[in-house]
Structure formats: C-alpha cells, structure tokens
Design a protein around this ligand. Structure first.
Ligand SMILES: [Zn+2]
Ligand SMILES: [Zn+2]
Length: 288
C-alpha cells in the first residue's frame, strides 16, 4: 500500500511564530545573539524553501514500532527523506553564505561549486551526517576547506524540513505504542535535549528528527543507568528553569528545560542554540 505524501507546509503564521521565537530569545539572551542570528538567516531561507519537501512513500509494514524489542521504525541511514529538495536547500545556504562577510566564505563558495556539479557531493554529505561517518565528513570538509562542524551544521539544517515532513507523516499514520527507550522511536538517534512538560513528565527530544517521546524522570537515557548515586544535575546561576542532568557512569549530559517555569517555550532546537553556554559548562566538567 502506498501512503500519502506530506508537505512541509510551514505556513506563514507558523513561519512568523518561529522567527518571533528567535527574536525573543535574542532579546532575552543577548550573549547567544550571534548563533541565533545566523540560524535565523538560514531559517528564513528554509521557510521559503521550494520545492516542498516530501518524504518518500513507504509501505505500511514499516510502520509498526516494536515497543517490546526496542526496534525503531527506521535506521538513520534508511530514512525516507527528500534528498533532492534537501540538496536544493543546501545549495541556497552555500550560495547565500558565500556572499556574506564570513571568514570562511571562500570555503563556502567551493562547497557551492561542488554541490552545483550534481547531487553526488551533497548526497555524500547527507550520508556522512546520517550515518555519523566522521571520516567522510572530515574528508568532504577538507575538499572545500571548511570546518567539519560548519558543514555538519549546514547539512543538518538543510535536512530539517525533510525530517520535519517525515516526522509529521509518521505521526499521522503510525500506531501509538509505548516506547520506554533512551533513543528515538522513529530514527534511533539519541536525545539532544529534554523537557519537563506542564504536568511534570520528562520528554526527550531527538537530536536528528526532532521527535519527542516520554521517558522516566530519573535515569540516564544514554546508558540506562538508574542509580541515583551516579546521577546528578547542576543549575547555572540566574538560569531558573534550566538544569543540566549528567551521568557519572557514561559521562553524558542532557540539557533540560522546565516548561512550567516559562510562559513560552520555543521549539527545542532554538532553546538549545540559546543555551550553548550550558554545553560549555558541561564539557568543562568532563561531560560529553
Ligand atoms: Zn529521531
Ligand atoms: Zn549514562
């Protein structure tokens, strides 16, 4: 059975709200202005993205989340994404950024040249990101004299509309099954953030596709350590509503926002960009 297409229909209202969140966060956290502003520029290009991103059709046997065995719906390398539209968007990023005053604009111009030759170079980049192939990413970055982290960020951002379309389609058609694991039920990726909901439950946010799912309040999603002696959190001064939970068994950490403390919570990828200083503190304390 073929399933319907879904469009990444970020309509004007929603787009406007998204950009308003960015402006509000910049006002509230001037120190995160540079990273939020450059993301905002990409978001503007993303919102106007044409053609619309459509996840590939898929058959319904893919759609049973196996809650018992903990098998996610897809693996990162097999996600039915619209790579053509994603590639088109990435070209726009390279083209726009290579015209700015950035220090790495000549690298961005080289990347644009590569990506304009055909889909192959961009496809290799998307494959490297999805399969978390650091060697491939470093090799591609080396070919165009760019920092691998810049290339990773741009590639991931270009994938976002297609991932969003995929996630929405899955939400419409998949069976709701209990899922208690520390990785994403849709794509198997680890969380990059967590949130306490208004009812005090903890939900995790997938670092790749943005899916959110409920997880136990106490316990490390990365290694499943539940020993309170080996778990902890810290709060930064003047940051009520934010905690960084850490695990002394696997040395990972998770930034967590308590939505009960805030009037408004932005999409978590924006909240994460607004709190990069918390990542620095966690890194400095030996957590990854
Ligand atoms: Zn995911
Ligand atoms: Zn752990």
């Amino acid at each position: 059975m073929l399933l319907p297409f879904a469009h990444f229909d970020i309509n004007d209202m929603k787009a406007e709200r998204y950009l308003k969140h960015i402006e509000r966060l910049i006002r509230q956290r001037p120190s995160s202005g540079p990273s939020l502003r450059s993301y905002g520029e990409l978001a503007r290009l993303m919102i106007r993205a044409e053609p619309a991103h459509q996840p590939k059709t898929t058959t319904n046997e893919h759609l049973r989340i196996n809650g018992k065995n903990g098998v996610p719906l897809f693996s990162r390398g097999d996600l039915p994404l619209d790579f053509e539209a994603t590639s088109f968007l990435l070209n726009r990023f390279f083209s726009y950024l290579s015209e700015t005053k950035r220090k790495d604009k000549s690298g961005l111009a080289k990347a644009l040249e590569q990506s304009e030759k055909g889909l192959e170079w961009n496809d290799r980049l998307f494959a490297a990101i999805l399969k978390q192939d650091e060697h491939m990413l470093a090799a591609l970055a080396g070919e165009v004299d760019l920092d691998p982290l810049t290339l990773l960020f741009l590639g991931k951002t270009a994938l976002r509309p297609s991932l969003e379309a995929f996630r929405r389609l899955m939400e419409e058609i998949m069976d709701e099954k209990p899922w208690h694991y520390g990785y994403c039920p849709l794509c198997g990726s680890p969380p990059d953030m967590a949130c306490f909901t208004r009812t005090g439950k903890r939900s995790l946010h997938c670092e790749l596709c943005g899916q959110e799912w409920a997880f136990t309040r106490i316990g490390c999603p990365f290694c499943d350590n539940r020993d309170p002696e080996n778990l902890g959190y810290f709060e930064a001064e003047g940051e009520e509503g934010w905690r960084v939970y850490f695990c002394n068994s696997c040395h990972r950490y998770l930034k967590t926002i308590d939505s009960r403390v805030f009037e408004e919570v932005a999409p978590l990828e924006l909240e994460s960009l607004a709190t990069l200083h918390l990542d620095l503190v966690a890194n400095r304390n030996g957590y990854q």
